[in-house]
Design a protein around this ligand. Structure first.
Ligand SMILES: *[C@@H]1O[C@H](CO)[C@@H](O)[C@H](O)[C@H]1NC(C)=O
Ligand SMILES: *[C@@H]1O[C@H](CO)[C@@H](O)[C@H](O)[C@H]1NC(C)=O
Length: 373
């Protein structure tokens, strides 16, 4: 073996010793804020917030600096130098400090989608060799509904088309879905629709209500509620198409009304043989507002006379039009019940049912007892 061979062998041995030496630098991005997502194995931070990584370097050769670089995972994907030692190449984006002698902390300020990529902390150990530790950063943004492009409360006429729109920003791109309050069905069927635009070809009275648009992605959700009002001509139907009563007793004729805008008291009318009926005498008209813009109009006929038998008409009107329904009051040989289930006779002041009598008796007794004491 010649001298030359010996030198080569020694060189090989010495480099071998260097590689396995316990004194080799160790580089580890040991801690991050936010912490590494256990599912995606990366740092996921919301846009406009800061992200931090602490790189711990052991056995660093004194003349070798710790470097940070980032490899963007989109665009032209060039390798960008972030810092050498504690010197940042862009103080607006990146700050470096040393929380301990062996730690280099990188703070990525006000993270933007352009900050996404693989961040490397490294120490050079040879001409082309580095000891490295890598962490990937992903930037997300909670959905934010864009009020400029999203529909607001609207009023439509029945049979008109309606278009409800909802748009949102966010990263990843948010999923937009539509639902109605209380799980009501959407006009085109189903309880949920995915997409930016909910089209209603011909809007109906039943489509009125609140529509909720929800934008959702892995970072969060946002929503808007849009109230849809539908104007429509009143619909009228009767609960008493044929009512029977014996002479001398009381009968109620019932008219159910639905319309929007809801017909006012002066837009609900009763008539008999084309003659209008007004409250007074043996007639009383009661308009009772109910849920969902429904109105129940009741015509009470006290002390029914033979002249009262015949056809009655109930009509309701609003600025979309009017409708009417007819019903008939017929004679009966026996007294019949009214809406509350009691049989009432005579004039208004005689209409006492058992419950009322009992109540009056109680009141009387209470007074009487107090008086005796
Ligand atoms: C890096 O640091 C973390 C936290 O201190 C530790 O769990 C992990 O084992 C270290 N990795 C290496 C390669 O030393
Ligand atoms: C590509 O990289 C160069 C140099 O870093 C940079 O000036 C340029 O803006 C980058 N282009 C894109 C599309 O990212």
């Amino acid at each position: 073996m010649g001298t030359g061979h010996f030198i080569v062998l020694c060189y090989c041995l010495s480099s071998l010793v260097t590689v396995v030496s316990a004194d080799d630098p160790k580089v580890n991005i040991s801690e991050t804020d936010p912490p590494v997502n256990p599912v995606y194995k990366m740092i996921i931070q919301e846009q406009d917030k800061d992200a931090q990584m602490i790189c711990v370097v052991e056995n660093r050769p004194v003349d070798v600096e710790v470097q940070w670089t980032v490899q963007a995972n989109r665009g032209n994907a060039s390798l960008i130098q972030i810092a050498t030692g504690t010197r940042s190449y862009d103080a607006f984006r990146w700050a470096i400090d040393k929380p301990s002698p062996t730690a280099w902390r990188l703070r990525i300020q006000n993270v933007q989608p352009t900050d996404e990529g693989s961040y490397t902390c490294k120490v050079q150990v040879g001409a082309q060799n580095y000891v490295t530790s890598v962490r990937e950063l992903r930037v997300v943004q909670k959905p934010q509904i864009s009020d400029l492009d999203t529909s607001t409360d609207m009023t439509k006429n029945a049979d008109d088309p309606a278009k409800l729109e909802c748009y949102a920003n966010g990263r990843p791109k948010p999923l937009i879905k539509w639902t109605r309050m209380a799980g009501e069905l959407l006009p085109n069927g189903g309880t949920e629709f995915q997409g930016n635009v909910l089209n209603i070809n011909r809007i109906e009275s039943d489509h009125a209500g609140i529509y909720k648009c929800t934008a959702e992605n892995s970072a969060g959700m946002d929503y808007r509620e849009i109230r849809v009002t539908v104007n429509f001509r009143p619909e009228v139907y009767t609960g008493t198409p044929v009512a029977r009563q014996a002479i001398g007793y009381t009968k109620e004729l019932v008219c159910n009304i639905k319309g929007y805008p809801p017909p006012g008291g002066n837009q609900i009318a009763w008539s008999r043989e084309s003659r209008p009926i007004i409250s007074g005498g043996r007639y009383e008209i009661r308009n009772i507002p109910g849920a969902s813009n429904r109105i129940t109009s009741i015509l009470v006929v006290w002390n029914v006379q033979s002249s009262d038998f015949g056809r009655y008409q109930c009509s309701a009107e609003n600025d979309k039009g009017s409708r009417y329904v007819t019903m008939e009051l017929q004679s009966s040989s026996v007294p019949t019940e009214d809406r509350s289930g009691s049989v009432r006779g005579g004039a208004p002041f005689l209409s006492l049912n058992l419950a009322t009598l009992f109540m009056l008796a109680t009141v009387f007794l209470l007074h009487h007892i107090r008086f005796i004491r």
